[in-house]
Design a protein around this ligand. Structure first.
Ligand code: PSU
Ligand code: MN
Length: 308
């Protein structure tokens, strides 16, 4: 039998929640170190945790500290990941073995967070946006490892869709090929992170957390291997102007091409340039949609915990 305790530590709060069978929501840490600037990244991470507790669930922020996989961080550890920012390695699936063996710190992407959440027995995870198929991927082959993780690891991810730094249509095609259900929460349209609409539909519109939990329970009972992508649109009042955000994204992509940014640096580069170009307006929307996702993930975690 798999023994993850050699590598994985639970925080006291998450340990207790597990022993009392309380609902738990996993959170990622690349968004802290690489997705937002200090000190708003730390304030947001703590506010997301508080939001989950206020809903009646327990947050488990996931990262790697000194080579140990962590389900649940201390406030000091969150502060460290936020302050050290880009100096903390961004860790996806392929990086995990070496960050562990070299006893380094790591900020986990959606893919790595799903792996650790699964080891920790946490089936639901809230974030802002997931990685996907980049524009121009036919030439660059830049496709986030997040999509393969959604195909293989049974953890449901609540996001606000994907940013149009990606090719949204190809991202959805990829998910279809790998059998990942794409669910719209109270929407029939897949959201584009900063805006509620993308022009693409979802596979299933689901209107209650309980109905999402029922579908997840069926996947679990039938031992399905992959996850689910739950798309929760940014609240109407925090949505961005489409023209403004499209222009910022196009400019950021153009700069990335000119500066020959490649590999794992692409997504963090685009995120920080978009924030600078929009003079912080996109950061505000980003924070609001993450909080909104934390609330929905908490409700799903609570619904999953109720006996059927
Ligand atoms: N997209 C966002 N915000 C983010 C990320 C993506 O809108 O913070 C982060 C997530 O951690 C995601 C990772 O898992 O970037 C994807 O990186 P890549 O495209 O290199 O796989
Ligand atoms: Mn990539």
């Amino acid at each position: 039998m798999l023994d993850s305790s050699k590598y994985l530590d639970f925080s006291p709060e998450v340990q207790q929640a597990k022993s009392e069978n309380k609902p738990i929501v996993a959170l990622e840490s690349t968004i802290i170190s690489h997705g937002m600037p200090y000190p708003k990244n730390v304030a947001t991470a703590l506010e997301v945790e508080a939001t989950i507790r206020a809903q009646g669930a327990i947050p488990a922020t996931i990262a790697i500290i000194n080579g140990r996989l962590k389900a649940g961080l201390t406030q000091q550890e969150i502060e460290h990941l936020g302050k050290a920012g880009q100096q903390v390695p961004k860790v996806s699936r392929r990086d995990l073995p070496f960050i562990i063996s070299r006893k380094l710190d790591g900020a986990t992407t959606v893919a790595a967070t799903m792996i650790i959440a699964h080891l920790a027995g946490i089936p639901i995870f809230a974030t802002g946006g997931v990685g996907g198929v980049h524009r121009g991927a036919a030439a660059s082959m830049d496709i986030s490892a997040d999509l393969q993780e959604l195909a293989n690891t049974p953890v449901a991810v609540v996001s606000a869709g994907v940013k149009s730094i990606l090719d949204i249509g190809l991202t959805l095609e990829y998910l279809e090929t790998y059998g990942v259900p794409v669910v719209g929460y109270q929407t029939s349209e897949f959201p584009a992170f900063f805006t509620r609409k993308s022009g693409f539909g979802v596979d299933y519109q689901v209107d209650t957390p309980e109905a999402i939990a029922e579908a997840l329970q069926a996947m679990k009972d039938l031992n399905f291997s992959g996850g689910m992508l739950i798309a929760n649109p940014v609240p109407q009042q925090h949505q961005m102007d489409k023209t403004v955000i499209d222009q910022a994204i196009n400019q950021a992509i153009q700069e990335a091409t000119q500066q020959q940014i490649s590999g794992k640096a692409v997504t963090p580069f685009l995120l920080s340039r978009i924030e600078q170009i929009t003079q912080g307006n996109s950061l505000f929307s980003n924070i609001q949609l993450v909080l909104n996702n934390a609330i929905l993930a908490s409700k799903i975690a609570i619904a999953l915990n109720k006996p059927a």
